[in-house]
Design a protein around this ligand. Sequence first.
Ligand code: TPP
Length: 776
Amino acid sequence: MSLGRLARQTGSAGDIRRSGFTVDNMSHPADSRDEVEQNFADSVLKLRAAGTPASFGGQDLPGPIRAGSALTGERCLELFDAQLASRHLDLAARWLRKRKAGFYTIGSSGHEGNAAVAAALRGDDPALLHYRSGAFYLVRAACASPPRDGVRDVLLGLVAAAAEPISGGRHKVIGHADLHIIPQTSTIASHLPRAVGLAFALGRAARLGAATRWPADAIVVASLGDASVNHSTAVGALNTAGYCAYQRLPLPLLVVCEDNGLGISVRTPPGWVEAATSSRPGFTYFHADGSDLADVYDTTVAAAALARDRRSPVFLHLSMVRLGGHAGADAETGYRDRDDVAADLAADPLVGTARLLVEAGLLTPAEVLDRYERSRARVLERAQEVAGAPRLATAEQVMAPLAPRNPDAVWADAILAAADEDKRHAAFGGRLPEAAGPLTLAQTINATLTDAMAARPEMLVFGQDVARKGGVYGVTRGLLSRFGAGRVFDTLLDEQAILGLALGAGMAGLLPVPEIQYLAYLHNAADQIRGEGATLPFFSQGQYRNPMVLRIAGYAYQEGFGGHFHNDNSIAALRDIPGLIIASPARPEDAAAMLRTCLAAAAADGSVCVFLEPIALYHTRDLYKSEDGAWRAPYEPPEGWTPGHVPVGRARTHGTGTDLTIMTFGNGLRLSLRAAARLSLEGIRCRIVDLRWLAPLPAEDILREARATGRVLIADETRRTAGVSEGVLSILADDRFGGWVRRVTSEDSFVPLGDAADAVLLSQQDIETAAREFMR
Ligand SMILES: Cc1ncc(C[n+]2csc(CCOP(=O)(O)OP(=O)(O)O)c2C)c(N)n1
């Protein structure tokens, strides 16, 4: 029996648990969800029309739903329908889960007021949403042209259907490219640095003429829960936004906190969100009652207008309730008392909107309940339809969007992205690098960045100390004066913010080249690469990408100077990120070609590339003996870029020795070349393979060069455990390489200060000794 009929028959909603709901033989589980429904029915039946509504004269829809509100009756009815459907999607999620057809039950019940947030924004304002944004999504879907069946979209997500429009069954995310909703991960608050970055980049992308999917006057909306406001990621992002606004940099961002007072079972202290956010520098704070649709609408209209007109950040605090547990399996009775739950039920936003409609004379209580039931029937009918929808079945299908690689397109982009002669002359101040004689690694990277900036107007270079100072090691020196502060700038000291900026800028159509000053300082912000950057194409089937080339100065061998945090050699945390490209150049000429390849991979494939620069080799000049200058190399002008192109995942072999293959990279290349020179005096003839790419590892080259000698010595300057050598060993083992293999590595240690560093780092002597033993 339906709620409406039940209500009409009994004059009250009766005992819903006993009567049960049946729609096409689908009954709901008897859990706390029933209490929510019971409360809704009881509360609606108590509603009374407030006399003859002055604004409507009965049914005059265009008037305001309440005196003084900009929300019309017609709009209110539409939003109510979205709220109802969102509520029923939560019920459907449980119904599907019970039948093992659905895989996700975190719902939006109690948060349906976000329907009015969607209504108050423009459909092309990019949105990065909290996971309780069912109603927001349904409103955007309904307003699209042509309108989308948002209910079906969400249900397809719940059942992990391959036809789900954004993630294609890879995750239940709220997103759709046509609706400008960028899907979020489950890591709470991790989307905020990207949201700040996108808000920062929107205007800049327009000014630089980048092809961007959002108009320059769009605002970015990002929502999160109250517990999430405390996460350091959120705190850092809010700080970054405020820091920009404080300097009058445009930052059109609307942060919406949907405050239900709980983070799973943990209470947020009453008043904390307001205390923590209402007087943040740079932000304007608004508050609304999330259970009052008209209040949410009017307040969001005002908040969005401010963010849009002033291009400055706004914090919109919505008091909300959570109805039911955190997710399907969460029994909230274990940590909430009856009064607490009852207080939330009393603030059910669906009752709030029903009250607005009844008091305005637009619906009677019975009509509200009928509408509720009709919505249930529609949603459950759809749920039945999608329950058996095909899912992803093979690894190939799952991984299809992970790492799109189009080597031909990358090759073309890499060799063609050269400015014309005049522009190059202007960029280099008349002193072309190819005419400067052999260059060091640092000089070569600097020249390559300059060439790329001259050819790619959408490219940005930023990070801590990169602009005025030109980088700690001078690698970005001169870029600011050559290309201006619009494209080369210092950031605040927060690696998470730097990466968030890159994520947002890449999505906005720019080509960001952020710098992390030292490898050790990547780790505190790595989730922005791991959880955000690398996953976005995966969870959006490539509909959203965040191309970037992240430059990181790393590795050790600075003669004991600086200790671990300036000599970090741990890259395992990067190597296991699916889809990530890791370039590790050692020689200057390789660095130039590989940087061009990374920029091209980012531009053509949307790749996230990490460019690991060995600090100790930045200014190295010599190889075998003092003053030989053999570590420097001439800079190739654009005519040389085609023959010099280095594809992703291709190694380089130095020498043709047939006794031993030494596989190495980074500082290991220089150590190995020096060792090989001494070994050759003893008659041991080596070939040295510079892996160059640590992800993907150059498997084909590794196997070919291993077979060339039948003896492989891996010289790995990273750690013995989880270091690069383990990857090389696996490639050899997987291919059943039948020859001899040994490895020499650095120790499983942090790098100490002073001479003690030598005790734990791979040395030239280690390589020589191992090679001699090998050959005995
Ligand atoms: C970084 C991180 N830590 C822990 C979790 C597990 N978790 C998921 S939701 C949640 C609570 C979030 O509460 P709140 O921000 O208030 O949002 P609400 O669920 O109440 O809407 C937690 C701890 C997570 N998803 N991400």
